[in-house]
Design a protein around this ligand. Structure first.
Ligand code: NAD
Length: 325
């Protein structure tokens, strides 16, 4: 057992968080994470409407009596999401934790606070982590450049971000970006984090509602097989290097690309088809450099127990023996 400020904060057994994953973090995955003693977040934007989010929350409650939360991502979208509707459903359904990501959640903080909801804000820079603490967020998820999806535009890796965040914050925080095994968890704790957040690693699990071809792609590819698309739009996204990603890069390289030039490729709807049907070249798939460390498709419980067990063994045996020598 590894107890930290983050296990205490969420009231869970293990210092492991399954962060929001568009289309993938549904009740099936998040309930499995909760039942394995870790903290999971279902991604509100995946459900399209507030009513469908409510149904999914109820479905998740039917599958677990452990804590879980909802992810609200504030980034540019092709169709504007109903954020107030999603938040109202969270309040009405008694959700206790929300993971915000992307832009500053400040406009929603008074309502969330009033409802007694705790907020963990995921961000990609120390200055945004400090800002999150200042506006009343209760915890932070600091996302290094290795991460899948949107790494921001500063390009600072976890090895630097984690200790700097530890120096800057008084609230608990988890390290995100590049984590997939027990060595990563032990390393994050050593660098000052209270736990880890994983995304890509959870996609390659039995319970993730994703076509087997996509899971196998994560196993087959390595740390070199990601690319950053949409850098020219200052909305960078780390994705699997496939035909769709290469097409976006070619359009961007031609110069002066706008979102309208690439929307037919990057649209989340195309991505949804891909993860349902298993054509891994069809759309863009957010994946992190951690692919290099993904070698199997275990159940969520097997994965979490392996990670925590390995981290414990590193701390109690390998590191303790070195310190005594
Ligand atoms: P979508 O279909 O609305 O948009 C597709 C992509 O285009 C997204 O990356 C989006 O950020 C980007 N985009 C849209 N309008 C843009 C604009 N005007 N300028 C620059 N970029 C623009 O997105 P979706 O797949 O339905 O996802 C909904 C939200 O969740 C998006 O904000 C998306 O970025 C986010 N998301 C996050 C992750 C992650 O890893 N954190 C992964 C997938 C999606």
């Amino acid at each position: 057992m590894i107890k930290t400020r983050i296990t205490e904060f969420f009231g869970v057994e293990h210092p492991v968080v399954q962060g929001g994953l568009m289309w993938v973090a549904t009740s099936q995955l998040t309930a499995a994470v909760a039942n394995a003693g870790a903290m999971g977040f279902m991604t509100a934007l995946s459900f399209g409407t507030a009513d469908r989010l409510r149904e999914e929350i109820r479905k998740c409650r039917d599958m677990t009596d452990k804590p879980f939360g909802i992810n609200l991502t504030f980034l540019p979208t092709l169709t504007p999401p109903d954020y107030p509707g999603y938040i109202q459903v969270c309040v009405e359904e008694g959700i206790r934790f929300i993971e915000t990501a992307g832009r500053n959640p400040e406009p929603y903080m008074p309502y969330l606070k009033e409802a007694g909801i705790k907020v963990i804000h995921k961000c990609t820079s120390v200055r945004h982590a400090i800002k999150a603490q200042k506006i009343g967020c209760d915890a932070v998820s600091i996302d290094g450049f290795e991460c899948a999806g949107h790494p921001g535009e500063d390009d600072v890796t976890s090895l630097i971000l984690i200790p700097l965040t530890a120096d800057a914050l008084t609230i608990p925080f988890v390290a995100s970006g590049g984590f997939g095994d027990g060595r990563g968890l032990a390393g994050a704790l050593a660098l000052g984090a209270d736990g880890i957040n994983m995304g890509t690693r959870f996609v390659a699990t039995k319970e993730a509602p994703v076509h087997g071809n996509v899971k196998q792609a994560l196993v087959d590819h390595d740390e070199l097989n990601t690319r950053l698309i949409m850098r020219t739009l200052r909305n960078s996204e780390r994705v699997l290097l496939n035909e769709a990603a290469q097409n976006v890069l070619d359009i961007e390289a031609a110069g002066n690309a706008s979102i309208d030039d690439i929307r037919h490729i990057v649209s989340g709807k195309v991505g949804l088809d891909m993860i349902r049907e298993g054509d891994t070249e069809k759309g863009v798939l957010s994946t992190g450099q951690v692919m290099g460390l993904i070698r199997d498709v275990p159940s969520v419980a097997e994965l979490i127990h392996r990670i925590v067990g390995d981290a414990e063994s590193i701390i109690k045996r390998r590191l303790a023996a070195m310190a005594q020598a």
